[in-house]
Ligand binder design. Structure first.
Ligand SMILES: [Fe+2]
Ligand SMILES: [Fe+2]
Length: 443
């Protein structure tokens, strides 16, 4: 059985690498500013969750894959290191010019060393994943520059102040640092002879603790605290208009597109939960990755529809309150607010909005809203299934209902202190408001 055990050993390593990518790559999402890049990262994390899932399924058919989902320390250390740069453009380059290419190399190695007939089921899977990894490299390329000077300026936006300004590495220096860590491991699979760490190599993650930034990055886009309000001269979504039968359905369509696009806040705060739950079962991270990708698609619905409906995206302020408040709460509290409060509470209004939009015979809008609703029902189901598990990871022993009520109260307190602090980037005259939406549909 030595041949089987050797292939199971390699699959186990590949599973752990994909798993740890899923846990750590989401730290890039709220730190980069370009929505298209956030969406792409969510898609890659979800595809990686698929790779990991089928690796585990196939691996378990082979003697020697091992039980449990835990990732060994030697792999964890490299991914832990990868999140450390204070500059997200540097961290992004490390993930995509060092760690992901090495994973592609590891899959190719697997194909070279396995028997194509005996291990046919694995071979077919690995062939597919090689195509995925090659595509991921092509998809991310526009967001990376080839020179040593960093990435295209759009994606970075305002940066969190580096914790150690003098030691913040350049992209080439950081990539060399990560490559050295990986070379000391012998590549992900130990397929190359390990090269000892260079003299003076210091692991960043053993010296500093990674922390989520207190606000998320939205790059070049204007920002505000919230897009929901009651005054049509102030905010684009006017709560009373959403449910008022007199409101023009075209106004409702535009407001719901803004609402969907602002699910980017769900993308940003949900992305923080992966890193904070290093000992979650893989199935939990798998479903979180799906949830994350769904939210990024909902946001992309709005991001792509709004310009078609005549909205200049540079006039639409991005709301930062939910990230800013939730990042100050514990991970299980973030997840409870998301699934048990925001998502579970959104159905009645969204149902009404869907009915109104249907009046317009807009097939695309109807389809997007129908899929959004279907996804949201799944998210609430995920919440019921996983909230007790996440609570347990943080030692929370109260009954779920009691915990949710206490968390709702805590959210109100934290919101009073940290919400509403993002001033409007734009004056009412130039930003998208309810009044502007009204004018847009009448013009
Ligand atoms: Fe959503
Ligand atoms: Fe959702």
């Amino acid at each position: 059985m030595a041949a089987v055990q050797e292939m199971a050993r390699l699959q186990r390593l590949l599973f752990e690498v994909e798993r740890e990518f899923i846990r750590t790559a989401p730290t890039l999402i709220y730190r980069v500013g370009e929505p298209e890049l956030k969406y792409l990262l969510c898609q890659h994390v979800w595809e990686s969750a698929g790779h990991a899932r089928f690796l585990r399924e196939r691996g378990r058919e082979l003697t020697g894959f091992g039980g449990g989902d835990e990732v060994r320390d030697s792999i964890r250390a490299i991914f832990h290191e990868a999140v450390m740069p204070a500059d997200a453009t540097v961290a992004l380059a490390g993930f995509y010019t060092v760690l992901k290419p090495a994973l592609l190399g590891a899959y190719r190695h697997y194909l070279r060393v396995t028997d194509p007939l005996a291990d046919w089921p694995s071979k077919k899977l690995v062939e597919e994943w090689i195509l995925d990894e090659e595509r991921h490299a092509r998809e991310i390329a526009p967001f990376l520059t080839t020179g040593g000077g960093g990435l295209s300026p759009d994606i970075s936006g305002p940066k969190a102040p580096p914790t150690a300004p003098t030691s913040e590495p350049t992209i080439p220096a950081w990539s060399a640092h990560l490559a050295a860590a990986l070379a000391a491991h012998g590549g992900w699979l130990g397929e190359s002879p390990p090269i000892p760490l260079p003299a003076g190599f210091e692991w960043e993650h053993t010296q500093r603790t990674y922390a989520h930034p207190p606000t998320c990055n939205r790059g070049k886009y204007p920002t505000c605290s919230s897009v929901f309000g009651h005054d049509p001269a102030e905010t684009p979504i006017v709560r009373s208009w959403l449910t008022d039968p007199q409101t023009d359905a075209r106004v409702i369509r535009l407001m719901v597109c803004v609402w969907l696009m602002m699910e980017l806040d769900a993308v940003d705060y949900l992305a923080t939960v992966f890193y904070d739950t290093p000992h979650a079962p893989f199935d939990l991270h798998h479903d979180l990755a799906r949830h994350l990708w769904d939210e990024s698609r909902h946001s992309a619905f709005g991001y792509r529809q709004l310009p078609k409906l005549g909205v200049d995206l540079m006039t639409l302020e991005h709301s930062l309150d939910l990230y800013n408040i939730l990042v100050r709460m514990a991970p299980h509290e973030r997840y409870a607010m998301m699934t048990m409060e925001f998502e579970a509470g959104s159905f009645p209004t969204k149902a009404h909005v869907m009915d109104r939009v249907r009046e317009l015979d807009d097939f695309e809008a109807d389809t997007l809203l129908a899929f959004d609703r279907n996804d949201e029902q799944n998210h609430v189901r995920y919440g019921h299934h996983w909230l007790p598990r996440i609570m347990a990871l943080f030692g929370e022993t109260r009954p779920v209902d009691e915990f949710v009520r206490a968390t709702q109260a805590k959210f109100k307190e934290v919101a009073a202190r940290h919400g509403g602090r993002t001033p409007h980037s734009l004056p009412p005259a130039t930003r998208l408001t309810g009044e502007k939406i009204l004018r847009l549909v009448r013009s």
